[in-house]
Structures are given as C-alpha cells and as structure tokens.
Design a protein around this ligand. Structure first.
Ligand SMILES: Cc1cc2nc3c(=O)[nH]c(=O)nc-3n(C[C@H](O)[C@H](O)[C@H](O)COP(=O)(O)OP(=O)(O)OC[C@H]3O[C@@H](n4cnc5c(N)ncnc54)[C@H](O)[C@@H]3O)c2cc1C
Length: 217
C-alpha cells in the first residue's frame, strides 16, 4: 500500500526523561527536570522547585537564551511512513541521534510516499507506473539473489522508511523552529508538527510557545 502525502505518517513518543526519586515530587516530567537543573545555577543545591515556580524558571531561561539547561531532558520518537526525501533532511540535524531501518538487512516490500501534487496532476498514471515498476524489479532482483544492498539502488527517494530519533530539549526546540515553519518542505513540516504534538503532552511548558505558534495558530 502506498501513501498519498503524509497519510501514512506515524509518530510516537516512546521514551522521555523522568525525574528519579532523588527529589520528592508528584510531578516528574521534563519541565520539572529543567526547572530543577536551572535552579542550581543560582543556589548551592537543588531547590525542590514547586509546580508554580517551574513555569517562571523555564520562561526565564527562554527569555535569557540560557538554553543549555534544556539539554538535560531527552525525547525519543518512533517514526514510520516518511520518505527517504524526508529522512535525509531529518538526519542533517547533527545534535540528534538516529537509528534507521536498514535497506541492507531488511527485506523490503517497498512502499512509496506520493505527494498530492503528483497524484492530482496529468502525470499521475506515469508516476504510479514508474513506482510500480521499481517495486516489482526490486523484488524480482532480490528473489533472484541480487543482494538487497545493491537492489535498493533502483528504488526512488519516495520509498518509505522507519527511524528512531532522540533529541534533547534544546535540539527539539531548534528542529521545530526550523522545520515547522511555513517555508519548510511539506513532509518534514508535518513530521515536525507531529513531533511537537507528541512531546507537548509531557513537556507543555518547555514547548508552549512553539505549540501556540505552530499548532494552535
Ligand atoms: C528551509 C530549509 C531549507 C534547506 N535547504 C538546504 C539546501 O538547499 N541544501 C542543504 O545542504 N541543506 C539545506 N537545509 C539544511 C540546513 O542547511 C541544515 O543542515 C539543517 O537545517 C540542520 O540545521 P542546523 O545545522 O542548524 O541544526 P543541527 O545540525 O541540528 O545543529 C543544531 C545547532 O548546533 C550548532 N552546530 C551543530 N553543528 C555545528 C558545527 N559543526 N559548527 C558550529 N555549530 C554547530 C548550530 O548552532 C546548529 O544550529 C535546509 C534547511 C531548511 C530548514
């Protein structure tokens, strides 16, 4: 099954930083870790920051540009249903960590991401034919013993891929600021917004400004 536009996109936050029992608090989410970490720069020890002070501290860090504190929390996403066009842009972000589905080891039944503009165009049939031909030639070659690492060379950039991505809070904010912008390419823009929505559930103060700008507006 091929996917039109971002219809196959799946983004799941599979792990994120949580505060240990080192500090007594009901709330152990990434926002509190940032607030506790930020508070140590102005005191001799952790302050046991309460929920009310968390917002004040994080907003202060943002306004001062003291963003290194945001590096103490991390977010890990499982991403499926993106093209290699999109994953190539994603892995340019050097401060993130990646593990991508291997085209050398995983036997593929290649699926493709097809932009709506191509499906809606006069070239729709030609596009579908070329993708179908690439898929069947790839499968035929692998069945006949051509190594997957070589057969993959005939697959177009539209081929679907899966990737695990981990970003710290600072890099996540930077990535979203670049890739959720209106002038970003549509596929990575949709991905950035979905990552923002997932991470916002567990770090609403860290990501509030970006959520308002890119999701609510
Ligand atoms: C709209 C858009 C269009 C683009 N078009 C193109 C294009 O045509 N061609 C192309 O090649 N790329 C293109 N890119 C990719 C772009 O050039 C960056 O490679 C990508 O956005 C990663 O951004 P970054 O380097 O800021 O982030 P990251 O790699 O995630 O790094 C985060 C931050 O860490 C710091 N940092 C990381 N590494 C270094 C370093 N070695 N030295 C100093 N500081 C560092 C920087 O402050 C950087 O902003 C485009 C990106 C966007 C958003």
């Amino acid at each position: 099954m091929d996917y039109v536009g971002s219809s196959g996109l799946k983004v799941k936050l599979i792990a994120y930083s949580k505060l240990s029992d080192f500090i007594e608090s009901k709330n152990k989410d990434p926002d509190l870790i940032i607030a506790e970490s930020g508070s140590i720069s102005h005191s001799k020890d952790f302050k046991n920051v309460d929920d009310q002070k968390t917002r004040h501290l994080i907003d202060l860090l943002k306004s001062l540009g003291h963003e290194s504190v945001f590096e103490h929390v991390s977010f890990t996403f499982r991403i499926e249903g993106i093209s290699r066009v999109c994953s190539h842009q994603l892995v340019r972000h050097r401060m993130a960590s990646f593990t991508q589905q291997s085209q050398r080891y995983v036997p593929l039944n290649p699926e493709f991401i097809i932009p709506e503009s191509l499906i809606d165009s006069e070239f729709s049939d030609e596009v579908k034919n070329i993708l179908e031909n690439a898929r069947s030639l790839y499968k035929k070659m692998v069945e006949k013993g051509i190594r997957k690492e070589d057969a993959r060379f005939i697959l177009p950039q539209a081929v679907e891929t899966k990737i695990i991505v981990t970003m710290n809070g600072r890099e996540l904010r930077h990535f979203i600021s670049l890739r959720a912008e209106k002038d970003a390419q549509w596929e990575i823009r949709k991905l950035a917004i979905e990552m923002l929505k997932e991470a916002y559930k567990v770090a609403p103060i860290l990501l509030e400004d970006l959520y308002k700008k890119y999701v609510e507006s």
